[in-house]
Design a protein around this ligand. Structure first.
Ligand code: FRU
Length: 464
């Protein structure tokens, strides 16, 4: 497959060719970060033929592609090596994944089991001979996306499950030997409001509380029955390792307010909780398919929990040329051309300013999704991201905490990530500008305001 670089990211991880969805197996092995992902190496047009693609990084900024780690080559995974996670123990990497088997025309029409593969070099993976290690339930085929961790020499796994296809739930399994698993508890159930399936659950301690993070899968056609969520969110609570009981303290909250943010995965990096998400979404438009690839990852973000039990996200610092800033204080600014379709935009304005940022394809066109407008309305206290086109507006409440509005915006060839304040509100969206990209900013600016736009260096390999 030949991949063109019109929409191909310069500093976000994307597949070298073909299709990418969920991040998998995010881990640290011998001082390097490993990130795997759902990958169809044969086509950028659709998922299917699901393998685990593989990349690694020393700093979560520069990435290197590695050979495909897992192939759908066994009887139990021949219709997909679905999502899962990694555990590093005794200098060995353990990959836990869902093995998918389709039965077209039958009821149920597929089955899902949990399987294991190991590696001693972080490069070659061997599937466990007695796979699958957890057999799927007979009647309910949707049970998947194992996320594993260790606590006090015991091993834990959270799995997403669908109760009779109507309500999602997160199940907790435990193990003493990493191979034999038994169900210990149910962490949370949808109860009619959070979709029919919890995809890609994750469960971890954050600033003294526990976070259950997952992607609820609903049915659009059924209106708001399942909140119509195609995005990712979390419930904060208390958890007792003695009883395995999770006690929620919050309602479900959305983690990101943009169009393209799904199937997150985190790791504990020496006490720091780092997350990546798939920066795309099922049912999306995917114009990049024409370029020979589809899907990319968000920049990794460090998570913390604030006093109101909201998750705050801070992006890992990218290689921005701050000393080559294209603009310093004194907006409004006319449209400015970005050298390589990348920018780190830092904005500071008085909190009652109207702020407007437009990132657009230089050649004017009526086509959808070729520009993004980000707007702050100080009267109503709202942030809006509009990528112009069908179903294009995303909006949420937000007000600066101090005297100043501060925003950080990361632009890469076909994506934009907005971090408001200290990262208590974020938006992640794709857009598809062809040719040159420009940025213009306008704020009802007075003193102590500034806009800095810096190019960002390439830190991912060029497409094949
Ligand atoms: C989430 C998901 C997972 C599944 C994988 C298949 O996007 O549907 O639940 O394991 O994608 O590629």
């Amino acid at each position: 497959i030949e991949v063109k670089d019109e929409y191909y990211p310069r500093y976000h991880l994307a597949p070298p060719y073909g299709w990418m969805n969920d991040p998998n197996g995010f881990s640290k092995f011998r001082n390097e970060y490993h990130l795997f992902y759902q990958h169809n190496p044969y086509s950028s047009q659709q998922p299917g033929n699901v393998h685990w693609g593989h990349a690694k990084s020393k700093d979560l900024v520069h990435w290197e592609h590695l050979p495909i780690a897992l192939f759908p080559d066994q009887w139990y995974d021949k219709n997909g090596v679905f999502s899962g996670s990694a555990l590093v123990d005794n200098d060995t990497m353990y990959l836990y994944y869902t093995s998918n088997l389709d039965h077209p025309g039958q009821t149920p029409d597929h089955e899902q089991h949990q399987a294991l593969a190991t590696s001693t070099d972080g490069l070659h993976f061997k599937k466990y001979e007695q796979n699958p290690i957890i057999a799927g339930a007979d009647l309910q085929p949707n049970i998947r996306d194992p996320k594993v961790w260790e606590h006090n020499n015991k091993f834990y796994m959270v799995l997403g499950h669908s109760i009779n296809g109507t309500d999602g739930e997160a199940l907790l399994f435990t193990s003493d030997d990493k191979i034999q698993w038994t169900q210990a508890s149910t962490l949370l159930q949808s109860n009619g409001s959070l979709g029919f399936m919890f995809e890609c659950p994750d469960f971890f301690e954050l600033n003294g509380k526990f976070v259950l993070l997952f992607s609820p899968q609903g049915i659009k056609a059924e209106g708001d029955k399942y909140n119509n969520l195609y995005q990712t969110g979390y419930v904060v609570g208390d958890f007792d390792y003695a009883t395995n009981v999770f006690t929620p303290l919050t309602e479900f909250k959305e983690l990101d307010h943009g169009h393209d943010f799904y199937a997150t995965q985190t790791i504990d990096d020496h006490g720091k909780r780092v997350m990546v998400a798939w920066m795309d979404m099922w049912d999306n438009v995917y114009p990049e398919r024409a370029d020979g690839f589809a899907g990319l990852m968000t920049v990794p973000r460090v998570l913390t929990l604030d006093r109101n039990l909201n998750i705050v996200q801070k992006p890992i610092r990218q290689r921005a040329h701050r000393h080559h800033a294209l603009h310093q204080p004194g907006p409004p600014h006319a449209a400015l051309e970005l050298p390589d379709k990348t920018a780190e935009i830092s904005i500071r304005a008085q909190k009652d300013s109207v702020v407007d940022v437009v990132i657009a394809q230089k050649e004017a066109t009526d086509e959808d999704y070729t520009s993004v407008r980000i707007h702050f309305d100080p009267v109503n206290g709202t942030v809006t991201l509009d990528r112009r086109g069908a179903d294009s507006i995303r909006r949420t409440q937000w007000r600066p905490e101090g005297r100043y509005l501060t925003w950080k915006i990361l632009v890469d060839a076909s994506s934009v990530e907005l971090f408001c304040g200290s990262g208590e509100v974020t938006f992640s969206s794709r857009f598809f500008p062809r040719g040159k990209v420009t940025v213009s900013t306008d704020t009802s600016i007075r003193r102590h305001s500034s806009v800095r736009i810096s190019p960002v260096q390439r830190t991912v390999p060029e497409p094949n």
